[in-house]
Design a binder for this molecule. Sequence first.
Ligand SMILES: NC(=O)c1ccc[n+]([C@@H]2O[C@H](COP(=O)([O-])OP(=O)(O)OC[C@H]3O[C@@H](n4cnc5c(N)ncnc54)[C@H](OP(=O)(O)O)[C@@H]3O)[C@@H](O)[C@H]2O)c1
Length: 479
Amino acid sequence: MLRSMTTRRAYQPIGVRCLSPNWFRSSRSSGRDTSTHGHRFRCRSTPSGLGAKGDDGGGARGYDKHARVIVVGGSGRVGGSTVRALRQLAGPGLELLVGGRSQRNFVKSVERWRTLPGADEEYDYSDVKFVELDLGDAASLASALDGCDLVVHTAGPFQRKTRPEVLEAAIAAKVPYVDVCDDARLATVAKALNEKAQEAGVSATISAGIWPGIDQLMAVEACEMLGGASEVESIDFSAYTAGTGNAGTTILSATFLILCEKVLGFKDGNEIFHEPASGFKKVDFGQSIGEKTRGMCTPAAWLTSTSGRCRCERQGSAVVLVASFTCNQVLGIPNISTYFGTSPEPWNYLLKGMTLLPDSIMGNRDLMQALAEFSEPLVRITDKLVGATNAMRLEAVAKDGRKAVLNYAHEDLEVCVGIATAAFVVATLRGDVRPGVWFPEEAFDDEAKRGLLFDDATRGAFMWERQEQGATAVEGAPL
Ligand SMILES: NC(=O)c1ccc[n+]([C@@H]2O[C@H](COP(=O)([O-])OP(=O)(O)OC[C@H]3O[C@@H](n4cnc5c(N)ncnc54)[C@H](OP(=O)(O)O)[C@@H]3O)[C@@H](O)[C@H]2O)c1
């Protein structure tokens, strides 16, 4: 189980501890906006959706805009959103392929994309081609990747899998790779292919996306704000999604599968395991303004409003996040905890109740997929009622008591995970990721490259702010 997989000894060959703890300190002097204690800086409030910058994407700098990119699982919610985000971010020249088992699913997905709010009525996605493949059929994968300049793997669930077959195929075909894997165990198996990827000259970023993905880079930012990872005593991650965030059945089944796993945390540098969905607490996801708060604060009980501004608190409970694992292994942070909450409120208790079921039920991939499909109609109704907001909060505390807090929020998880994944793709096409298999913290250890990635990945977010507080903490306010 997770415990044996994540022992330090098991992790040694991966070699991710090679980062100098002072790396962050040195990168602070590179000229980007830097922080001063007690000052907040950089807050984004843009219209939602892609193209808020109204140009060629800003992120479409310096790479082959005619590259051929295949999105495995592109008929799904996350993969489809990645396809749409890539089209908008990189423009019409990019050749986009969708890999999956069923052409029918692909056709249905394209129909749905055309009816989503903000869809361009003129654009019918007829230039996006379907390629039949099955993860279990190595020959179909090899043939699909032939001639591609990059492969994105979004065909979850990743839980309970033991082989990173798409990454293996990418390395064999020498095709750069990005995945959205949200399972620490499988990510570790993928990470072990680092040397092979380096030998093949293949750049691969694993566990990219919004969370995991951007949350890990928020941790890197927080460390930098506090003077380097070696200065940081603890990191607290919290994530909130209203309903399923418009996600597909796969995320639902992945959530069920996660519920039977002990939650990995770190205390004084040692792994600790909590019961899943334990330790409920309220988390303040920051402030937002006016209508934007609606999706986030659906049940009135959680909403306290003053002068049109709203502070939103959510209940969360401990869950397995990849970031918990990588922040310790890559950045060396000794104390880490992770929380997740959802709405409507009873869902938190329903999920908690499910943890009481035996592992033989909760750990069965097929059964959980069937349960997710069975629940889908109810889930869709609930999503309509509560919205799809995705919010992340990261709080890092330095040894001297200073704090760095980063908040991100977007009104739709499905949309923002695609935007974030597309940002990782564009950065890889730009050549920003060196050969090897990397977690986001390693792939984007360069401040300038990370800054470009954040610019693309946070498009459409209605909150993107960083706050720094002195040793005597002062509550921040929105810019
Ligand atoms: N990193 C992040 O930020 C992040 C955030 C959210 C979710 N995720 C992860 O993203 C994954 C996808 O979620 P989703 O909501 O997009 O799920 P989804 O809507 O169910 O889509 C999954 C897609 O994978 C394809 N697929 C499944 N098994 C396959 C196989 N054996 N061979 C080929 N294609 C296969 C399916 O297409 P066909 O049925 O047509 O083959 C489907 O289009 C989940 O595992 C989730 O945990 C990551």
